[in-house]
Ligand binder design. Structure first.
Ligand code: ARG
Length: 290
């Protein structure tokens, strides 16, 4: 893996940059039936035992953290045959009351697509049954007005075009190259999701992307936080920001420091058990934009 080149970024915004939190609305799924029964990413090993009770307790801490921050959390029931359903980020991509449904790459998760679409439909979202393979917010990230879209392992570029047409927004396709960072939300963290493009910023791991995608990210986000391989390898980038508070993996200590330097308030949560399925904070959280 070539060493990522650090571009000449303008000096980062100092810690006294005013950051504002906006209340968010999330969909989560308590991992009542969590286990690792198959392997569809390098993090998963069915031979390693899982502790469902511990997964639930860790998940509860994340859930309660959102409530303490003043966010609204809705729940979908986990279906017993779908152990990965806890990773609600993959259930769709929702903007302005329109829910673009998921169509999973792997057979093991296929039934999650209709389950999430049914949930959206029952709650009055306009549901779009997707024509292309895509894993929702795992690969689609709204940054300001623009959508960053991942491909390479899961979502295909047909879904990127579908999303661009559906939401009438600029969609930038980025190609992932490291199987450990198979979803875009494992390689990029959106820090200021609601601000305009002038202020919206991200954090990312350059080596997770192919060369053209790296160049694109350097051009679009010259002030981005570039995280270490070490922090990325505990899924530190798989985090949730409300513009001020950034909920991250406790073990991503370098990223925590970088966030503080930029005036964010990092909050560590330990999801070690859910990491056995290859997911972290962001994977367990789907943003519902009404
Ligand atoms: N075991 C799940 C899978 O491989 C983990 C999904 C993680 N979700 C995410 N948004 N990155 O599909």
């Amino acid at each position: 893996m070539p060493t990522p080149t650090l571009h000449d970024a303008p000096s980062p915004a100092p810690a006294d940059t005013p950051r504002t939190a906006t209340p968010r609305h999330y969909l989560m799924c308590r991992p009542d039936h969590f286990t690792v029964a198959y392997r569809i990413n390098p993090w998963m090993d069915p031979a390693v035992p899982t502790d469902t009770g511990l997964a639930v307790r860790q998940w509860q801490t994340l859930h309660d953290t959102y409530l303490e921050l003043g966010h609204e959390v809705e729940l979908i029931d986990q279906l017993p045959a779908l152990p990965d359903m806890v990773y609600t980020a993959n259930g769709g991509f929702v903007i302005g009351g329109i829910a673009y449904g998921a169509r999973f790459t792997h057979e093991q998760r296929a039934a999650e697509g209709p389950a999430f679409m049914e949930w959206f439909g029952e709650r009055g979202y306009r549901v779009i049954d997707p024509a292309n393979t895509n894993e929702g917010e795992g690969d689609f990230l709204l940054v300001g007005e623009r959508i960053l879209a991942g491909t390479g392992f899961r979502s295909d570029t047909g879904s990127h075009a579908e999303v661009a047409a559906l939401f009438g927004r600029e969609v930038v396709s980025l190609t992932l190259v490291n199987p450990s960072y198979y979803h875009l939300d494992t390689a990029i963290s959106v820090l200021d999701p609601l601000t305009d493009d002038a202020g919206a910023n991200i954090a990312y791991l350059p080596s997770a992307f192919d060369e053209p995608s790296r160049a694109t990210l350097e051009r679009l986000y010259p002030q981005a936080i570039v995280v270490s391989e070490e922090d990325a390898s505990v899924l530190g980038l798989n985090s949730i920001s409300d513009g001020l508070n950034v909920v991250i993996a406790t073990r991503a200590t370098g990223f925590e420091r970088q966030l503080r330097e930029r005036g964010y308030n990092p909050i560590g949560v330990d999801l070690s058990e859910l990491l056995l399925g290859g997911g972290g904070v962001k994977c367990c959280t789907l943003e519902l934009r009404r």
